[in-house]
Ligand binder design. Structure first.
Ligand code: DAH
Length: 364
């Protein structure tokens, strides 16, 4: 190797040894092998070498190139290894450190109740169905056997949407009655029967809306609906199912449950369901008073027929209850309004540990 080549090798080796990071390493690589690098210049000048020396000079240059490339690559590998070692050392964790207390969020009581309801009916073999908050007049009322001017409509302080709203256009409702914010979860019964052949076992849990506001009513609230359709479903199934549910939900194995005849346009016969409690102390399952808790009944043949289901072949039951109401009763809450106020002190008091699983009680 001639002196100039040897000098380049020595100089490069020294620079590589001094390079302690990838940036310095890369600068050397470019200075030697880059387009304007020293070795590249020497190779370019090969043409100027007298022809008799060119062969030898060329071979020497090739050897030098190989040596330099090898040295540069080796330094890169060494620097990469060192960087990895340093990272591993800095990311080392000490599993013996005690955990630091951490503030976790809590599950809202409404969400908790919805999880519990779904768990209990899920264990009975129900699916969970849902539908939109904005409903057509037909699905919210008509198909449920509540025609226009039916007095039952007066019980639902309905929020009507403009007939020409985007929601109305979507529902194809521009010429018919204006769409509504659903006043109950019952339209999802209809949606389910229209899209799914029986047998059906499902519940619906979701938001509902009525123009009503006081200590026990909110314009937005939640309901849970149930629908069971099969060839031989009877009132006995309804009673067994709801009794089991109420006892599981309230965690009282012998909770008294009473079925009292009532009226809903979409069921025949219809029944209100009461549970036993002591009005004075507010204690459930004790005392001799009754508290109304939900509505239910055998699905009206006309509702089945509205959904294209032959009522001579299929029958079943349905029920509906207020999620806020059962939550308030279960946890002894007097006022509904704090549910929606997001007061962190209230949430800390009534919220649930998100890691605690939803328990299924005895009897389910
Ligand atoms: N939809 C009723 C309401 O909003 C509740 C209800 C009663 C639902 C009886 C039902 C039922 O499915 O069978 O008050």
């Amino acid at each position: 190797m001639t002196d100039d080549l040897q000098a380049l090798k020595t100089e490069t080796d020294a620079a590589l040894a001094a390079a302690t990071d990838l940036r310095a390493w890369d600068a050397i690589r470019v200075a030697v092998l880059g387009r304007n690098g020293k070795l590249t210049a020497l190779l370019r000048d090969l043409g100027k070498t007298p022809p008799e020396e060119r062969r030898e000079r060329g071979a020497a240059l090739n050897r030098l190139k190989e040596a330099l490339t090898g040295a540069i690559d080796a330094r890169k590998a060494a620097l990469d290894d060192a960087a990895l070692e340093a990272r591993l050392a800095s990311e080392r964790i000490d599993p013996t450190l005690p955990p630091r207390p951490r503030e976790t969020g809590l599950v809202h009581p409404i969400a908790r109740t919805m999880e519990e309801i779904a768990a209990i009916f899920g264990a009975m073999g129900c699916t969970v169905s849902d539908g939109p908050d904005v409903e057509s007049d037909w699905l919210n009322f008509g198909a449920l056997n509540i025609p226009a001017h039916h007095p039952a409509r007066a019980d639902h302080d309905t929020f009507y949407l403009p007939a020409r709203s985007p929601a109305a256009e979507r529902e194809g409702q521009t010429k018919l009655a204006p769409p509504v914010l659903r006043t109950h979860t019952s339209p999802v019964q209809i949606r389910t029967m229209l899209t799914q052949p029986p047998p059906i076992r499902t519940i619906v849990i979701g938001r509902t809306y009525r123009a009503d506001h006081d200590a026990t009513h909110s314009p937005m609230f939640h309901q849970c609906e149930g629908l069971v359709i099969d060839r031989d479903i009877t009132l006995g199934h309804l009673k067994g199912c709801l009794t089991d549910f109420l006892r599981a939900f309230f965690g009282i194995a012998d909770l008294p449950v009473r079925f009292r005849s009532s009226y809903f346009p979409f069921t025949e016969p219809s029944m209100e369901v009461d549970i036993g409690w002591d009005r004075k102390s507010g204690e459930l399952g004790r005392g001799s008073d009754w508290l109304e808790i939900l509505g239910s009944g055998m699905v009206h043949p006309r509702v089945l027929a509205n959904c294209g289901i032959d009522p001579r072949e299929w029958q079943g039951f349905a029920f509906g209850m207020g999620v806020e109401r059962v939550t308030m009763l279960k946890h002894g809450m007097a006022d509904l309004r704090p549910f929606y106020e997001s007061d962190i002190r209230w949430l800390r008091h009534y919220g649930f540990n998100p890691l605690a699983p939803t328990m299924l009680h005895e009897g389910v």
